[in-house]
Design a protein around this ligand. Sequence first.
Ligand SMILES: Nc1ncnc2c1ncn2[C@@H]1O[C@H](COP(=O)(O)OP(=O)(O)O)[C@@H](O)[C@H]1O
Ligand SMILES: [Mg+2]
Length: 247
Amino acid sequence: MSHHYLSFDHVSYSYPDGRRALHDISFRIDHGEKVALVGANGAGKSTLLLHADGLLTPSQGKVVVGGIELTDKTVRLIRQSVGLVFQHSDDQLFMPTVEEDVAFGPANMGLTPAEIEQRVAGALAAVGASHLRTASPYSLSGGQKKSVAIATVLAMEPSILVLDEPTSGLDPRARRQTIELLGRFRHTMLVATHDLEMVCELCGRTIAMRDGRIVADGPTERLFRDTALLEACGLEQPCSLRRPATV
Ligand SMILES: Nc1ncnc2c1ncn2[C@@H]1O[C@H](COP(=O)(O)OP(=O)(O)O)[C@@H](O)[C@H]1O
Ligand SMILES: [Mg+2]
């Protein structure tokens, strides 16, 4: 897969209980783009991200990664190029030590022990967590867990990084570290978040969702200046874009 774009083509999805969570979603994210996915709780952001990684498959329409349509047959291949960081780090960390968690993905990909070691060391260094190597994930702070969860995904060297609310639940310092970490990546990134200040810093493009549909897709600054749109999506304009009060 040389061109790692991600596209959704008229994707709709209903959960088994009949709840329709995505309605006719179409967009394309090109290599190197950093895109935010915003919208109120229940808008469908997480459901969309689960489709990007093949954890859910569309009821209608198709998801294509680098020219390959996501199907039962291609899902393993596609998961090697799309790395999903879950909202709750505890869902991502399940081994006794940090290094085993980070080694898990590369080991599953059939790499040699030397390659695995290189991936583990590289991914932990990239997130500034080399010193946590032998720690138990359970003993870590929320911010440390988030860094390690991101490392477990980076270790698989995905070309598209997908993150679900990466800064939620983090204290200001851990949030700042996570934003700086994400800012250093040259990956294609799709980030679902309520943290619109982070979006202003990281993402040139934003997709806004409401009730399972895309209601806007364009340059972040343009979307965030549209107060009617933000209000309709249950969002608040980031402080950094608010006009200073005139005295
Ligand atoms: N496992 C599930 N079963 C049934 N409905 C679900 C499930 N997960 C989410 N939903 C519903 O799908 C819609 C979209 O949810 P979600 O994708 O989690 O939104 P968001 O991440 O934007 O908060 C919501 O109405 C939610 O209640
Ligand atoms: Mg969600």
